[in-house]
Design a protein around this ligand. Sequence first.
Ligand SMILES: Nc1ncnc2c1ncn2[C@@H]1O[C@H](COP(=O)(O)OP(=O)(O)O)[C@@H](O)[C@H]1O
Ligand SMILES: [Mg+2]
Length: 226
Amino acid sequence: MPVICAANPKGGAGKSTTVLVLATTLAQQGANVTVIDADPNRPISDWRTGKSKLALEVISDVTEATIRDKINAASAKAQFVFVDLEGTASRLASRAIIRSDLTMIPLGGSALDAMQAARAVGLVRESEEDTGRKLPFVLAFNRTNPPPFVRRIEREITQQMQKNELPVLKTHLHRREAYNAIFMERLALNELDPKRVNGLDVATDNAIRLTAEILELLRELKKDAA
Ligand SMILES: Nc1ncnc2c1ncn2[C@@H]1O[C@H](COP(=O)(O)OP(=O)(O)O)[C@@H](O)[C@H]1O
Ligand SMILES: [Mg+2]
């Protein structure tokens, strides 16, 4: 079943947050989801040690030698497999990208983020050349402001990407306290206390819309591949 990795050699790009939000939302909707935590800092494995009752399998301690087998084993079992990569360009990351049906490249809405994301796109394209296969990727904005507060720089970056014909998700994971809180509390969005987390309902709605767009994209990619 589909393998989706989050790659960007920049630390703090939003990889782990995007993966956890999508994986927990899909699991909450009843899907059988596995996350492979391929970051030695183990953010998603740490999350799993919390009190969340959500059925979501997390696999830790993968290395560049084991990543392929771990991905293959997980995708034979789970409906969706996410791979959360560390913030460096490594052989492990390349192997995950090569094995993924979709590589998400999370980025924030700053000029520096855009430059780092361009590097990440370069890594995917290098892997395409190495393998002689098309490796689908998509840029995934996070920590941007919701409309009508969209900053000019975000708009300019988006336009630049469209000009360069880079695929970008329409739905951003906007900057929301709830996406921090899931890591702090080690809970899923639906397990957070709406009295203690500002804007939880909007954050949940945003997560559901982002998940729906990813599902739609996976369907399109599957159609293209057939
Ligand atoms: N949409 C968002 N809203 C609020 N905080 C966010 C959002 N996305 C990421 N963050 C915060 O930004 C920081 C970096 O995100 P993270 O997902 O850990 O990046 P990466 O995995 O690429 O290193 C974390 O503290 C995370 O909680
Ligand atoms: Mg991370």
